[in-house]
Design a protein around this ligand. Structure first.
Ligand code: SF4
Length: 703
């Protein structure tokens, strides 16, 4: 088959050895590549009791099937591992130029196991793979280390480099991996796993060709998509100050089946930050550690984070490999951080978490923190959420100035957060407590009572996370289907899997036989119901996103919809297969089920991925656009699991599902594992008075 390299490299860092492994074609047919290939490999090779920061964990750098085939919007690579943050499946994906470089090195993936006894970095080029000493790089920030490796590189081709910063070296559970001088694979604690292996960096400088079955067809598809994107330009009259009006429109109680191609003008002009002020107005942006509303962060605050103020610092646009949108930007912040020559524009999530979630409107502080996080190698979503947790603990006496070495933590004080984040990256003082995210910090703070008032407040009351991971900054009270994905995905707390809005603009029903049609305006109140239609939508979201991650696709292309970014046609043309959209959505379901089975194998109870009550409106907010809204999250998650062919009460994939998806043939024992876990849970549920699972695989006729 075409499109893939057909083999992976396994590097044992304890022994310093490497071996190539061929991947059977059936694996690609069933799981496509990218995250599917990662799940296939890690499910088999990581033992159930492996310490995520120990030698048995495996960290993979994987690339997707479409990357490098001539298809556009397919430059995302993915880090995969057992997550030290959740204890289950971990992945994080990132753009830049690394994804094609992995394939050009001759492999679809490179997997690292073991622990090196000294800092090393991995390099691969036309001379083959090797490990290099990294003692001189250890302790460097991500950008300096990447620039050093590139400057020292002996070959003619400039390498693409993935690298950790001090946070990863310090095994912060919320650290990530950087490439392209500050692009970030941030989530799941992948940086801590890399740090635990003493692997500072991986540099890819291969020159292998990437094959494609029907390059002319791929070229036509790319031409068509690129032409549509080129046409999407906002008139200059549209200014950032008008975006709250757009926010108001999207906050109306009626859902409209939009053509998302129209929104790409916003991405081209501002990038993801176009949503920051709009999200405050309509309730999409969580505020004050998910406890506030726009009453707490009024117009005089959110106007300061107007995207025009942010792109005022942009010196050039940034495109990932094969991208025709270009939502990124490079900013000049040399007046704020002297000597800084390269700083990526903060994303929506970063501005929201270090802005409204802390009630902070000091934009300069947000630029400084964003740069610090990228250089230090820490996830902005988790670091900002943990700062919000710390402020709320401080305000309620669970943390004192004694704990913080005199640092005052107040809502709206961006300057103190700069210092707090510096300490988190360095694991210094209070930063050591916070460097592993909200769940771990709350566990360590335990039952300490605020102000000695004996009111029994526990730190966990302020620790907003889903299954150990801090959620993306989109409010599940605003979009309940997003809440289902926060709770039900094998990597909980991820805002990128799906949402009600994503579904409505994906137009999946145009190509997928079982995807519910949304062609007319509908009452958004129906999104708050545990209905079969909603479960079909969340199933479709999950399968579509998993498929996108198997090919290296960008989610901003994914959400422009299948009528524009023709993922199914692309895969056929690149691979040479002739399969239907339903076949590919089934591959997405297979990948998603395998990720869930990974969690089951590693002792994760899917029911433990609970959302913080604030995330589903318990108690409901008393002000703002999400006032009075509560999401029946448990029932909705149960419906979603059922539709996926997983046990409605436990989230364990049914044995029949694993067999029907062919996972048992691909991975000996996968169905048996599902059966064993299902039997154990059935027993527990029966003991608790639960009723049996009536159906098998979810019926899929709700078009
Ligand atoms: S839209 Fe943005 S994130 Fe996606 S590929 Fe382009 S630059 Fe990268």
């Amino acid at each position: 088959m075409k499109g893939v390299m057909g083999k992976v490299l396994r590097v044992d860092l304890t022994e310093g050895t490497m071996r190539e492994e061929r991947i059977p074609e059936a694996v690609y047919e069933q799981l496509i590549g990218g995250v599917g290939l990662g799940a296939y490999y890690l499910y088999q090779h990581i033992p159930a009791d492996a310490d995520p920061l120990g030698p048995e964990n495996i960290l993979g750098f994987v690339s997707g099937l479409l990357t490098g085939t001539g298809s556009v919007m397919t430059g995302r690579w993915m880090a995969v591992c057992k997550s030290p943050l959740t204890g289950g499946w971990g992945d994080a994906n990132c753009g830049g130029n690394l994804a094609p470089a992995i394939k050009q090195s001759g492999y679809d993936a490179v997997f690292f196991s073991g622990v090196s006894d000294k800092p090393v970095y991995f390099a691969v080029d036309s001379k083959g793979p090797r490990l290099e000493d990294a003692a001189h790089l250890w302790g460097m920030d991500t950008i300096t280390a990447e620039q050093t490796i590139i400057a020292e590189y002996p070959g003619r081709k400039r390498p693409s480099v993935a690298v950790i910063g001090p946070a990863g070296e310090n095994r912060s559970l919320i650290s990530g991996i950087s490439n392209d001088l500050g692009r970030f694979a941030a989530r799941s604690g992948v940086g801590a796993v890399m740090g635990s292996k003493k692997l500072k960096a991986a540099a890819f400088a291969g020159i292998r060709k990437i094959s494609c079955a029907f390059p002319d067809t791929v070229k036509e598809l790319s031409k068509e998509y690129s032409a549509k994107i080129r046409r999407q330009n906002l008139p200059p009259i549209v200014k950032g100050g008008a975006l709250p009006l757009l926010g108001k429109a999207l906050g109306l109680p009626v859902g409209i089946p939009l053509d998302a191609m129209l929104t790409t003008g916003l991405f081209k002009k501002w990038g993801t930050i176009y949503n920051n002020a709009a999200g405050v107005v309509n309730g999409d942006s969580p505020l004050k550690n998910w406890s506030g509303s726009k009453v707490d962060y009024p117009a005089e605050s959110y106007r300061k984070i107007n995207p025009d103020n942010i792109i005022g610092r942009e010196t050039r646009k940034y495109h990932c490999y094969s991208c025709v949108i270009g939502c990124g930007g490079i900013c000049d912040i040399s007046d704020l951080v002297p000597g800084t020559t390269h700083s990526h524009k903060p994303e929506y999530e970063t501005v929201c978490v270090f802005g409204g979630d802390l009630l902070n409107d000091d934009l300069d502080a947000i630029f400084i923190i964003n740069d610090m996080c990228n250089r230090g190698g820490i996830d902005t979503i988790s670091a900002g959420s943990t700062a919000a947790f710390a402020i709320e603990c401080f305000q309620n006496g669970l943390l004192t100035k004694k704990d913080t070495d005199g640092l005052e933590l107040n809502w709206g004080d961006g300057k103190s957060v700069i210092e707090l984040v510096r300490r988190m990256i360095a694991r210094e003082g209070i930063g050591d407590l916070l460097a592993d995210g909200t769940k771990q910090a709350a566990l360590r703070l335990g039952n300490r009572n605020g102000n000695g008032n004996g009111n029994g407040d526990r730190a966990e009351k302020y620790a907003v996370h889903a299954g150990g991971q801090e959620p993306g900054l989109h409010d599940s009270r605003f979009d309940p289907l997003l809440g289902v994905h926060f709770a039900a995905d094998p990597t909980p707390g991820r805002h990128t899997i799906g949402a009600g809005l994503y579904y409505t603009i994906s137009h999946l029903w145009e190509k997928v036989s079982w995807a519910p049609r949304v062609t007319r305006p509908y009452a958004k109140s129906s999104d708050y119901l545990p209905s079969k239609t909603n479960a079909l939508k969340t199933k479709a979201n999950a399968c579509y996103k998993a498929l996108t991650d198997t090919v290296g696709g960008c989610m901003f292309a994914m959400i422009t919809g299948v009528q524009h970014w023709k993922i199914f046609e692309y895969i056929n043309a690149a691979s040479g297969w002739d399969r239907t959209a339903d076949d590919y959505m089934e591959a997405g379901l297979r990948v998603q089920t395998l990720r869930q089975l990974f969690n089951i194998k590693h002792g994760i109870d899917p029911r433990s991925f609970k959302l913080h009550p604030r995330m589903y409106g318990d108690p409901p907010l008393t002000e703002g656009p999400n006032k009075g809204k509560t999401v029946p999250i448990e029932e909705m998650v149960g419906e979603h699991w059922h539709m996926m062919g997983w046990d409605r009460r436990t989230g364990v994939p049914l044995e029949q599902t694993a067999v029907e998806l062919g996972l048992d043939l691909l991975l000996a024992g996968a169905a048996g594992a599902a059966k064993a876990a299902g039997a154990a849970d059935a027993g527990a549920a029966a003991g608790a008075g639960g009723e049996g699972e009536g159906g098998s695989k979810g019926d899929v006729d709700g078009k």
